[in-house]
Design a protein around this ligand. Structure first.
Ligand code: NAI
Length: 307
């Protein structure tokens, strides 16, 4: 059988996807789905935000996150005006703000529109799956899982998949298969534990680096010069990574972990609120996406490149 024939024998289960939330992650995930050849609806609650995100994906520096030819496969829209279009989608990725109440409210709304058997997944960093499905119908829990992409989705190969006790095994298999074959991800299935795997570990060293920088009165540049390379992030450094992730996500991640980690967990001992982070968030300097920088006041990374 020819290679094309073999492809035909295994038709992709995901023929049309949607991403809700056109921020740092949602826009990047939609771009990857489009790059892989699959049409994707990209919706945001802020009117016009999804259309702007498509342009950002084409401009991203140093290389675009989306191929120019893929842009025609992304259909940007506004959440309320275009909500009914979600009925056509086989896979709906939720990538809105890291708040369980808002995510659950959106899922409840999805129940009124999505087609039977469509798969819904959340890009949550740290919210346990059981909290996301609480109070929702059984049929929602059967079609739901967590797909935790890493930032930036274009370059980070890892994808954490978390299924709940009610998740249909064929829904997990369809997403694992699509992520592996179409998106080129290395899929790791995780249990529904706080922070899953990568953030359970990653938050420890991020918090540790912040604490040391504050205690030792280091500048951001000094701290990143010392810890960036040993921690395996030589290009942006630790603080450049937080600028990339978005400073505003940090308190949500901390709250979620503190609410779920067992007593005596190492993160509890390390966690400290630093006025620096809350001050920067209050000033609107939430990192790269803010256009005002974040830790790097002049919006430069550890190597002096523009962020
Ligand atoms: P972001 O703040 O950049 O974007 C969130 C977007 O969702 C915004 O455009 C906002 O207007 C929109 N939004 C908010 N509420 C909405 C609603 N009810 N309906 C539709 N759109 C809504 O956030 P980011 O960083 O992209 O995070 C999104 C999710 O991805 C969060 O769950 C976060 O924990 C997770 N995540 C973030 C990573 C990061 O590095 N920033 C990495 C991995 C996961």
């Amino acid at each position: 059988m020819s290679a094309a024939g073999q492809e035909g024998a295994h038709p992709p289960a995901i023929r049309r996807a949607a991403v809700i939330g056109a921020g740092v992650m949602g826009a990047g995930i939609a771009a990857q789905i489009a790059n892989a050849g699959t049409p994707v609806l990209l919706l945001d609650i802020v009117p016009g935000a999804a259309a702007r995100a498509v342009q950002t994906m084409l401009k991203a520096d140093p290389a675009p996150f989306m191929h120019r030819a893929a842009a025609k496969r992304v259909q940007p829209g506004d959440l309320d005006a275009d909500f009914a279009k979600l009925a056509e989608c086989d896979w709906i990725v939720e990538a809105i703000v890291e708040r369980p109440d808002l995510k659950r409210a959106l899922y409840g709304r999805l129940e009124g529109v999505r087609k039977a058997g469509s798969i819904v997944s959340s890009n949550t960093s740290t919210i346990p799956l059981r909290d996301l499905t609480a109070g929702l119908p059984d049929r929602f829990a059967a079609d739901f899982l967590i797909t935790h992409f890493f930032n930036p989705p274009r370059y980070m190969r890892l994808l954490e998949l978390v299924a709940g006790p009610a998740t249909r095994p064929d829904a997990v298999a369809a997403i694992r298969d699509f992520a592996d074959r179409a998106l080129g991800k290395t899929v790791v299935e995780c249990r529904d534990t706080p922070g899953f795997i990568a953030n359970r570990i990653g938050t420890l060293w991020l918090q540790s680096a912040i604490n040391h920088a504050v205690d030792l009165r280091l500048t951001i540049e000094e701290a990143d010069a010392v810890v960036g390379r040993p921690m395996g992030i030589p290009k942006t450094g630790v603080f450049g990574l937080i600028d990339l992730v978005g400073l505003d996500l940090m308190p949500h991640v901390a709250n979620s972990l503190l609410a779920t980690l067992p007593e005596g967990d190492a993160y509890r001992a390390l966690h400290r609120e630093h006025g620096t982070i809350t001050g920067l968030i209050a000033a609107g300097r939430t990192g790269r996406k803010s256009g005002k920088g974040g830790f790097y006041t002049r919006a430069k990374d550890a190597e002096g490149n523009s962020l």
